[in-house]
Design a protein around this ligand. Structure first.
Ligand code: SAM
Length: 294
């Protein structure tokens, strides 16, 4: 079948397919289909897919991007939540024996192992799916996000956009801003600009338990504007009756106590994490960090 040779061919495919299925795109499921062949080819090229690659696509939709990925990859997994799109994709992609379509919510589905991920993400799941992807080993992901969300990956400490995802993304990956995409290149047009970013997993990162550190970051960033001292005193007091003793033992010599959470760099947060964990001991530490998962 080959990749698209023009944007008008994609537009025709999208309009004809929606008509055939007799459906309107669901806003709730983020069904804004990319109808620009240059952008699709650009995404595929940036992923540098070769015949050894297993590629994951989240949200296959009407197969606009899927078809071009299947042409290049050894294996393509597509996860799509909408059953109508899944039935459509099964027929549309049937000429590609290397493609497997999984019906389900990508946030809740166990992801197959993959070397590369290329996806025009449904923006509603940007945050949970990014955290989920970062837990997996892969070489590169070329991902489309709402522009404002993508900007968080590049935010500096102390700025409004600096958040939990800025920390975890930069801890685990090297992220590059590739392109801004105009709403007019989608059907239906979203009300926001989009951004394509590349995410490369780091082979070596700080020598700490990333999951445990992630829970700690979640706890801290729920009160991102408070000082380290205020956040920690509250958390520890919630878990210990000996609050005065804890104040004395734990707060003494802790780094960055008077700094606001959102002003701390990744190295400073890791420093705080290591010192605090050592001072608290295993039991109190687990009790404190388990608060974040409730
Ligand atoms: N890949 C197509 C393209 O590039 O035009 C469609 C992309 S569209 C922005 C997002 C797709 O993700 C839709 O087909 C939607 O049904 C699907 N989707 C929405 N929520 C999902 C979820 N939680 N898990 C998997 N797919 C989802």
């Amino acid at each position: 079948m080959g990749c698209w040779d023009s944007s008008s061919a994609i537009k025709k495919h999208v309009f004809d397919s929606l008509k055939k299925l007799n459906i309107s795109p669901s806003k709730h499921k983020g069904q804004n289909f990319l109808i620009d062949s240059n952008i699709i080819q650009y995404q595929v090229k940036q992923a540098e897919i070769n015949h050894n690659d297993t590629v994951l696509e989240i949200g296959g939709g009407l197969g606009n991007l899927s078809r071009c990925l299947a042409e290049e990859a050894k294996k393509l997994f597509i996860i799509e939540v909408d059953r109508r799109m899944v039935s459509f994709l099964q027929e549309f992609m049937s000429c590609y024996s290397n493609t497997e379509i999984l019906q389900g919510d990508a946030v809740k589905t166990e992801l197959p192992s993959f070397t590369k991920c290329v996806s025009n993400l449904p923006y509603q799941i940007s945050s949970p799916i990014t955290f989920k992807l970062l837990e997996h080993d892969f070489e590169i992901a070329i991902l489309m996000y709402q522009k404002e969300f993508a900007q968080r990956f590049f935010a500096s400490p102390g700025t409004r956009d600096y958040s939990r995802i800025s920390v975890m993304m930069n801890l685990k990956a090297s992220c590059k801003y590739l392109k801004t995409v105009n709403p007019s290149l989608f059907f239906p047009k979203p009300q926001v600009f989009s951004s394509i970013v590349s995410v490369k997993k780091k082979e070596k990162s700080l020598d700490i338990d990333h999951n445990d550190f992630g829970q700690f970051i979640t706890l801290l960033f729920t009160q991102r504007k408070k000082t380290v001292r205020n956040v920690l005193v509250n958390l520890i007091k919630r878990k210990s009756k000996q609050s005065i003793l804890i104040d004395y033992v734990v707060m003494d010599n802790l780094p960055h106590l008077e700094r606001r959470i959102f002003s701390l760099t990744i190295d400073e947060l890791a420093d705080l994490y290591s010192v605090l964990k050592a001072k608290l001991g295993e039991d109190l530490w687990s009790a404190m960090t388990s608060l974040s998962t409730r």
